[in-house]
Design a binder for this molecule. Structure first.
Ligand SMILES: [Cu+2]
Length: 112
């Protein structure tokens, strides 16, 4: 009887700790209000990330693309949007504003 209470308590502790362990690290990207696009944080290793994008302009959008990833806000839309992206080791990912892809772009490489 006493042992089963200990086991129950241990399970409850494990469940309580689970959400924190499962939370994905976040990356931040932003576009606008002018002709600027940037990522203020970049991944230090491969894995699943929460990409938080601030789209501050109705003339620009934010797209992140690369192996296994292609997520974007729409050009006319503004606001903050969160995507879940899985980034692969040793691969290069590009962030870009679609209508101004020649000027408004950047990239990062995930460490191998
Ligand atoms: Cu643009």
């Amino acid at each position: 009887m006493k042992a089963s209470i200990v086991i129950l308590a241990a399970c409850a502790l494990l469940l309580a700790a689970w959400p924190a362990a499962a939370a994905n690290p976040s990356l931040k990207g932003a576009v606008g209000p002018g002709e600027t696009i940037k990522m203020t944080s970049k991944p230090k290793k491969a894995g699943t990330y929460k990409l938080i994008v601030q789209d501050r302009s109705s003339e620009h959008n934010f797209r992140l693309r690369g192996p296994g990833v292609n997520v974007a806000t729409s050009v006319s839309w503004t606001g903050t949007k969160t995507f879940t992206v899985k980034l692969k080791a040793g691969k290069t990912y590009t962030f870009v504003c679609d209508p101004h892809a020649d000027d408004m772009r950047g990239s990062f490489k995930v460490p191998a």
